[in-house]
Design a protein around this ligand. Structure first.
Ligand SMILES: Nc1ncnc2c1ncn2[C@@H]1O[C@H](COP(=O)(O)OP(=O)(O)O)[C@@H](O)[C@H]1O
Ligand SMILES: [Mg+2]
Ligand SMILES: [Zn+2]
Length: 499
């Protein structure tokens, strides 16, 4: 009778809680029983492990084997535990030294041949293994991903035999390649391509400078999508801690992480036919949705009025808290979801209300109903609402002057962000409400001005606070210590849609 222990990690949100795999070998009818996996997965895992052992020319012990995955109440998908289970069996039957497992954590699915297959969610598991002071061993196909956060530390293996050779001290496994960063590789589209549109360009810069949400209203072809896609190119790069979170989410959905884009902010543009689950996340083992894939980056909702209102309701929680909780049966999973919302829509059903062509024939009732599709609570949370008119054709066809390039705009954005960071350690859009009176203090005259505007536009108390934060960002862009009347009126002016 003997016992062996191997460590692994489960998937739960972006946390990767430790799982202890205990293999107990005792007298009794030969076979393998697995405790702690969902019933349906037990058989598959058992078959894979048995075949992999035999095909790797190990002996499958003719004893009673009991495998226990603890703790019991974690969500567990079987594949990733194949490797630690196989190693536990080998250690319990003394085919490898049992004590050799202690310093490592194992993750990987076994093919019947004994080759290791890639699994999802390797990155968070590797991060946590490292914190726990153990060396993670991952499938070779996941080596690049593991290397992003534990290059030169984590090990990768192509097969079960490679792992056992390493554990027996016969042939050392290679380390995962460390990340090579090259900030110059940012491939975002450039603002220089956008001609004219001075107001929209300014709004985009302000949005970037403080992390504010933005709604663009304008006819088809006016450049809304073009402008939105240029936002990532003027945002500051991710900090290392932010980049780890972003990469962990990408890892869980099985989307690879491009090392060159490690510091680039995500830009997600789901189609308006996307479901609530696609937006929020969900599934048997809950997976992050678009709001989490856009974490620390941009969530772009084009054709906002085409979206189902119920589906958009999903945005409310993350817009307030920067997190989303996915409930499924008895279990809740939480994912980070701190995104910057950029939305675009037409001004009316035909798209040409207010256009210089004068071709819009939509009645005020029709326009009202159309705009009503965007719920008040959502609009309330969009600090910058602007019109994006069509530019004169000659401006586009005759070439004309190119706009200011993204690099210059980004410099100003970085400067404004630096001031915010020194003052409150966060972007203005994420200032906690209780910090606003002090950080966004305004004079008595300006106080009256703002109160009158709130009344006139029938804005909410939430909008009041949001306008102050926006004014603070405008002052930061100007390098001003105090918010003045000019900053405040510009901020109020951005609530165009609610007039
Ligand atoms: N201000 C502009 N400067 C340069 N090109 C523009 C501008 N506005 C529109 N365009 C051109 O028109 C195309 C359509 O713009 P797009 O952003 O898709 O419009 P929208 O999203 O508002 O319907 C763009 O790909 C671009 O080639
Ligand atoms: Mg568009
Ligand atoms: Zn119209």
């Amino acid at each position: 009778m003997s016992l062996a222990v191997a460590y692994s990690r489960a998937e739960e949100g972006i946390a990767a809680p430790q799982v202890t795999v205990e293999v107990h070998m005792s007298a009794g009818q030969s076979g393998i029983g697995i405790v702690g996996l969902p019933e349906a997965e037990v058989r598959e895992s058992r078959d894979r492990v048995r075949a992999a052992l035999i095909n790797s020319v190990f002996e499958f012990p003719q004893w009673k084997l009991t495998v226990n995955l603890a703790p019991a109440d974690l969500p567990k998908e079987s594949g990733r535990f194949d490797l630690p289970i196989a190693l536990g069996v080998l250690a319990a039957s003394k085919q490898i030294p049992p004590e050799s497992l202690a310093d490592y954590e194992f993750i990987g699915e076994l093919a019947l041949s004994g080759e290791l297959r890639a699994v999802r969610g390797v990155l968070p598991a590797v991060l946590r293994a490292r914190e726990a002071g153990r060396v993670p061993i991952v499938p070779a196909a996941n080596a690049a991903e593991a290397g992003l956060v534990a290059g030169g530390h984590a090990l990768s293996a192509a097969s079960l035999l490679d792992v056992t050779a390493h554990l027996r001290g016969v042939a050392a496994l290679p380390t995962c390649p460390p990340r090579v960063e090259d900030l110059a590789e940012f491939d975002a589209a450039d603002l220089a391509d956008v001609r004219g549109q001075p107001l929209a360009r300014r709004a985009l810069e302000v949005a970037a400078a403080g992390g504010h949400n933005l709604l663009m209203v304008g006819p088809p072809g006016s450049g809304k999508t073009m402008l939105a896609s240029r936002l990532p190119g003027i945002l500051p790069p991710l900090t290392e801690a932010e980049a780890f979170e972003v990469a962990a989410i990408a890892s869980i959905v099985g989307a690879g992480v491009d090392p060159k884009r490690f510091r680039q902010r995500p830009f997600r543009a789901p189609h308006h036919t996307a479901s609530g689950v696609a937006l929020a996340g969900g599934g048997g083992t809950p997976r992050p949705g678009e709001v989490s894939l856009a974490h620390h980056g941009v969530l772009f909702l084009d054709e906002l009025t085409e979206w189902n209102r119920q589906v958009l309701e999903v945005l409310r929680e993350p817009l307030e808290s920067g997190r989303i909780v996915i409930s499924r049966a008895a279990r809740q999973s939480e994912f980070p979801a701190r995104f910057q919302l950029i939305a675009a829509m037409n001004p009316c059903p035909c798209g040409y209300l207010g256009d210089s062509s004068g071709r819009c024939r939509c009645s005020p009732e029709v326009v009202g109903r159309y705009r009503g599709k965007v719920s008040g609570p959502l609009l309330d949370r969009i600090d910058i609402q602007i019109d994006v008119p069509r530019q004169p054709v000659t401006l586009l066809t005759r070439g004309g002057e190119r706009g200011e390039a993204s690099a210059g705009v980004r410099e100003r954005v970085l400067g404004a962000r630096r001031r915010q960071w020194q003052r409150s350690r966060c972007a203005n859009a994420h200032l906690p409400a209780q910090a606003v009176p002090e950080v966004c203090a305004i004079g008595l005259e300006d106080q009256r001005l703002l109160e009158r505007a709130i009344e006139k536009l029938s804005l909410s108390a939430r909008a009041y606070i949001r306008i102050l934060k926006l004014a603070r960002t405008i002052a930061d862009l100007a390098g001003a210590d105090r918010i003045d009347t000019g900053h405040l009126t510009e901020a109020i002016g951005y609530r165009r849609f609610e007039r």
